[in-house]
Design a protein around this ligand. Structure first.
Ligand code: SF4
Length: 402
């Protein structure tokens, strides 16, 4: 079974299926160090794997040192293992084990096992978080999502379909249908933390042949197109992170902003259209590409600084020292010295109560419910796909009163 990281793996499938050119563009980019949320997700997966293999109670009761000694988690992952993570992983554990208990005793049960889809393309392979398969019945594939900011949809989810297809191929298609289950305990969804979608084997096989395989082949073509869209951000495309500037995103950004750089010599030459003069369809375009414009302009600033730090010049700009704020060399020693001649309230900042979420984490929710309120902060714009429910506008509410 092929292991390691595939450039056309399941986690980035939405990106490279929609934007086949991204694979070649990203090949030359050194990935930035993983962010905290990614490390936290890796820790949750390692912990969940150990729980499914050895039992939740046993693993959750181990100290961090014991978990490391058993090879269940790494030293780096250990800093993320806390009460909250254990509670969230328990939801995933219970979901998987409930399915195991309900399945026929001849069912297969796998945790973190690899698969490949060599019959479609040599670079299509990956690992399933967990799966339970009843031959000639249902194959259930589980995916633990530990993120809380990005609510993951279970329908038309290319990553899950990729993994489900891999599991099907591994067991010679001996199932009737495939149930894909996402467990995302930290993100609010009206459908709940556990969401599932079922497809027939025929539909999944057809998707593999008609969508996955052609897209995988296209990624190797010298003319593979770069296609910007929601997947640029949703899938954290390396071509717009860490100061990279994807040419397709730049082109789209210029078009949306209606900028022709050849005609621009001063800031006044850039003539943005007046929002009130724009058609709703153009307003929608700007809203769609605003995050890309912002990411792109940040990338340009980082790139310009790297050029200037190498001694190259960017006309009209220079490097200056960042603003620096004086700080105590040794805060404890300073406090001891000053407290002899001054009152404490002159030397220290007043104590600040923790936020509601921080407090609940520190002392639990009990007794706090009546102490907090949720202020109405008005409304804001979000894409249709956003997890929150749409609210009525003030005009609609006024109309209802009539
Ligand atoms: S940023 Fe978007 S358009 Fe550019 S390579 Fe990545 S997915 Fe494609």
């Amino acid at each position: 079974m092929t292991t390691g990281h595939s450039s056309i793996g399941g986690s980035s499938a939405k990106r490279w299926i929609n934007c086949p050119g991204s694979v070649q563009l990203c090949a030359g980019i050194t990935a930035p160090p993983p962010k905290d949320y990614a490390l936290e997700g890796t820790a949750a997966h390692s912990f969940a794997e150990a729980c499914l293999k050895h039992g939740y109670e046993k693993v959750a009761g181990m100290t961090k040192d014991t978990l490391i000694a058993h090879g269940f988690i790494t030293e780096e992952e250990s800093k993320w293992i806390d009460k909250e993570l254990k509670t969230h992983v328990k939801i995933y554990f219970d979901t998987v084990m409930d399915c195991v208990h309900k399945a026929h005793k001849s069912a297969i049960f796998e945790v973190e096992k690899g698969f490949d889809l060599k019959h479609l393309h040599p670079d299509l392979y990956g690992t399933n978080d967990a799966l339970i398969g009843e031959f000639m019945g249902t194959l259930t594939v589980f995916d633990l999502k530990y993120g809380k900011g990005n609510l993951v949809d279970v329908k038309e989810n290319y990553q899950l379909m990729y993994y489900a297809l891999g599991a099907l191929a591994k067991y010679d298609w001996c199932f009737h249908d495939v149930k894909m289950v996402i467990v995302q305990p930290r993100a609010y969804s009206a459908e709940g933390a556990i969401r599932s979608h079922t497809m027939t084997v025929e539909d999944l096989v057809a998707w593999g042949e008609n969508v996955l395989q052609p897209a995988a082949r296209k990624t190797a073509s010298p003319s593979a197109p770069l296609v910007p869209g929601a997947w640029c951000h949703e899938n954290f495309c390396p071509a717009i992170s860490g100061g990279q500037t994807c040419p397709a995103v730049m082109k789209e950004a210029y078009a949306v902003a209606q900028i022709e750089f050849s005609d621009v010599s001063t800031a006044e030459d850039i003539c943005f259209p007046e929002p009130s003069a724009m058609a709703p369809v153009d307003v929608a375009k700007v809203l769609t590409f605003a995050p890309l414009l912002s990411a792109w302009s940040k990338g340009v600033v980082i790139y310009a600084q790297s050029l200037m730090e190498q001694g190259l010049s960017v006309p009209g700009f220079k490097l200056i020292a960042k603003r620096s704020i004086r700080r105590w060399k040794n805060p404890e020693q300073t406090a001891e010295l000053l407290i002899l001649d001054h009152r404490e309230d002159q030397l220290f900042e007043p104590k600040k109560l923790k936020s509601v979420a921080q407090m609940e984490k520190a002392i639990g929710k009990e007794g706090l419910t009546d102490l907090w309120e949720q202020p109405d902060n008005g409304v804001k714009i979000a894409p249709e796909s956003h997890k929150s429910q749409a609210v009525k506008s003030s005009a609609e509410l006024d109309f209802e009163k009539i």
